[in-house]
Design a protein around this ligand. Structure first.
Ligand code: SAM
Length: 222
């Protein structure tokens, strides 16, 4: 019943605030038709990412976990002319669907897709000595979150925003005995942050909505 209400409130808000209009609705439809799992951010979360990009004056974004590029497009729309997103995805078919979505959204030129294991791609980016990123969105396989966070810090400058999704997981993160590797990954992620002096300006906000009960973490690198 609670889930049903969260869902209906998101539907109401999406409609009243034009959050799931034309392009964005079509992209979600394409992702479902292509059988991508329905784990894109919600429209309301996409709009939040977009506003964070605008507020921070972000020019360069690193995204770990593209899926069909739904979140990528929300962010890309907020970038300045010379902005760029590097987005990493393991699955070739996800990346292929995302590419079509980027073309439809008219943001293809601002997006560099790299396909394969994110950890391999991150090492490659380091080898390529890419410029640091202003905003880093961690949204892939949760067991690797601690490693992704270390890479995120590597690619940061003071002021970089690190944003990670699914860091509450229906409250399961408080269970130290959980055998779920995703929970273990998120808990270890918190341990890394706890010990990281560059991440003192950091918070987690618990959320409910059409995606259930979860939450996101946001930090500003010091
Ligand atoms: N950010 C997307 C959005 O909101 O539209 C959703 C990303 S989805 C939650 C996670 C994605 O990470 C999936 O497409 C999955 O294939 C990808 N992924 C999982 N393990 C990965 C890995 N080891 N390296 C790179 N990508 C991975």
């Amino acid at each position: 019943p609670a889930q049903q209400q969260w869902y209906e409130v998101d539907q109401y808000v999406n409609e009243r605030l034009h959050l799931n209009h034309g392009l964005f609705e079509q992209i979600l439809q394409r992702n479902r038709k292509a059988n991508l799992p329905p784990i894109d951010v919600s429209p309301a979360q996409g709009a939040l990412l977009q506003q964070l990009i605008m507020m921070s004056g972000t020019r360069r974004v690193l995204e770990i976990g593209t899926l069909g590029g739904y979140s990528t497009i929300w962010m890309a729309q907020a970038l300045p002319q010379d902005g760029q997103i590097v987005t990493l995805e393991l699955e070739e078919n996800h990346a292929a669907v995302a590419r079509i979505n980027f073309e439809q959204a008219g943001v293809y030129e601002r997006i560099e897709q790299r396909t394969g294991e994110a950890l391999v791609q991150l090492q490659q980016l380091a080898d390529d000595q890419v410029e640091p990123f202003d905003f880093i969105f961690i949204d892939a396989d949760k067991p690797n979150n601690p490693a992704y966070l270390k890479w995120a810090l590597h690619f940061s400058h003071p002021g970089t925003i690190i944003f990670a999704d699914n860091v509450v997981r229906e409250g399961e993160i408080i269970d130290p005995h959980s055998t779920d590797p995703r929970i273990h990954g998120v808990r270890t992620f918190y341990d890394v942050i706890h010990a990281e002096p560059r991440l003192r300006h950091v918070t987690t906000i618990q959320t409910v909505g059409e995606k259930g009960y979860d939450g996101f973490l946001m930090g500003i690198v010091g």
